[in-house]
Design a protein around this ligand. Structure first.
Ligand code: ATP
Ligand code: MG
Length: 432
């Protein structure tokens, strides 16, 4: 094959897109009930928006960016995530103004780009459904948003999930912890993987996230961030836990979970799935947390400098969904299948199809000059409700033969009747 899609991308084929549309529709409905409204930002952004928001030393910015200089010599990147772009848009469009919703609650659905090593559930162009709440400092907001993610998953039949939470405390707490972690890891530096040694210098908290088995053993004994939280952060974290418990949401606290983006503080969380599709490996399908401070980073007002959000990887969620309930959404069946049985019937079929579609029903006719047997086989396979047959005899009499596919009842109906009031004919036929 001469032409292939770029590595790490997928074609979402027409046979799959009904499932994607179903998921997107479910997201819109669920998030709408929680008063979230959609935002659509560009798929590319100024490089600085991402490097400033996500953090220079994160894997995303240091290794995974699809960045380039455009013809006007601007440093541009395809977006690797959407929290920084949403905050950029919030500040740029002054969405904190009195005429807008407070707190600002928004969601997005769309492609993200990261230059990673492609593997199952890890692509270079992937898709996220994400939400952001900007301008609420209370733990209730964290908990409502986590509950919404679970509500969304449950609605799609994804129930083999585990909620894991942690607190990174305030920026100051994190700074203190960072030093404690460096002090612990430095003497063990020689035993760490190359990747973790690099992280230890650039972004030590990321060592906790290492996927290397030996690193993980070392990390197990590392100091816990929970011990470095000040009183206020501790209170906030215990509030989150109490509210989750009140809502009946089971969760685990993992003090080693730190997340890969620099902007997080206080609550971070992941929803993991152990559905069969992941071969027994617990896999993160949704991740997020609180990002107080990011709005000011983008020169937004201090008064609204609180945020909480999450992102769901659609491709990974699909693996879970299909493994749990074998769910495959089918495209809609035609209401009427038109079988043109002679070349002269073609234009009559076209006219009938147009009338049917103008009545907001689905008509199928393909002008491939099939014979009756082939037409009927296809109509059956597609689950057509009615079949209209037009052969030489029907043409000569200005009629159409209509068959109710469920009951097998057939009627000869005049073209004039169909043209003057198609819906009456349709309802008469489906009830025969
Ligand atoms: P990981 O540790 O797996 O690389 P991450 O911390 O980079 O994840 P986030 O940036 O928090 O992930 O993104 C949120 C979600 O988006 C992830 O939980 C995952 O479901 C999905 N996701 C992230 N990167 C990819 C990718 N390259 N391909 C497919 N889905 C992805
Ligand atoms: Mg990653």
């Amino acid at each position: 094959m001469k032409y292939q899609k770029p590595k790490g991308t997928i074609d979402i084929l027409p046979s799959d897109s009904a499932t994607w549309q179903y998921i997107e529709e479910a997201a819109r409905k669920t998030f709408g009930r929680y008063d979230f409204h959609e935002i659509r930002t560009p798929v590319f952004e100024h490089f600085d928006v991402i490097s400033r928001g996500v953090g220079e030393s994160t894997d995303i910015v240091s290794k995974e960016m699809y960045d380039f200089y455009d013809k006007g010599k601007r440093h541009i990147t395809l977006r690797p995530e959407a929290t920084a772009p949403v905050v950029r848009s919030y500040v740029e469009n002054k969405l904190f103004g009195p005429e807008y919703q407070h707190p600002f609650k928004t969601y997005y659905i769309g492609p993200m780009f990261r230059y990673e090593r492609p593997q199952s559930g890890r692509l270079r162009q992937f898709h996220q459904i994400g939400v952001e709440v900007i301008g609420c400092r209370r733990a209730l907001s964290d908990v409502e948003t986590i509950a919404m993610a679970l509500d969304f998953f449950t609605g799609l039949g994804i129930t083999q999930t585990k909620v894991v939470i942690n607190s990174l405390g305030s920026r100051q707490n994190r700074q203190k912890y960072r030093q404690a972690l460096i002090d612990y890891l430095r003497p063990l530096e020689n035993q760490l993987s190359d990747n973790s040694r690099r992280r230890l210098k650039q972004n030590p908290l990321r060592v906790l996230d290492s996927k290397d088995k030996e690193d993980q053993k070392i990390v197990q004994q590392a100091p816990s961030i929970i011990d470095y939280l000040d009183e206020e952060s501790q209170c906030f974290f215990s509030e989150v836990q109490q509210h989750l418990t009140k809502l009946g949401i089971t969760f685990e606290v993992d003090p080693l979970m730190v997340r890969g983006l620099d902007y997080y503080n206080h609550t971070v969380f992941e929803i993991m799935s152990d559905a069969a599709g992941f071969d027994g490996v617990l896999t993160t399908i949704c991740a997020g947390g609180r990002y107080d401070g990011l709005i000011r980073e983008f020169e937004g007002p201090a008064e609204f400098d609180n945020g909480f959000g999450f992102a769901i990887g659609i491709e990974r969620m699909l693996i879970a969904m299909e493994a749990e309930n074998g769910y495959q959404v089918q495209a809609e069946s035609p209401d009427v299948y038109i079988a043109d049985l002679t070349p002269e019937a073609g234009v009559v079929s076209l006219k009938l199809a147009t009338i049917i579609r103008q009545n907001t029903l689905i008509a199928k006719c393909d002008y491939l000059a099939r014979n009756l047997k082939s037409h009927m086989r296809l109509a059956n396979k597609l689950g057509a409700i009615l079949v209209m047959m037009i052969g030489s005899e029907e043409l000569a009499g200005n009629n159409v033969k209509i068959r109710n596919m469920k009951t097998g009842v057939e009627e000869l109906v005049s073209l004039a009747e169909i043209e003057s009031d198609f819906l009456s004919t349709y309802y008469k036929m489906i009830n025969l």
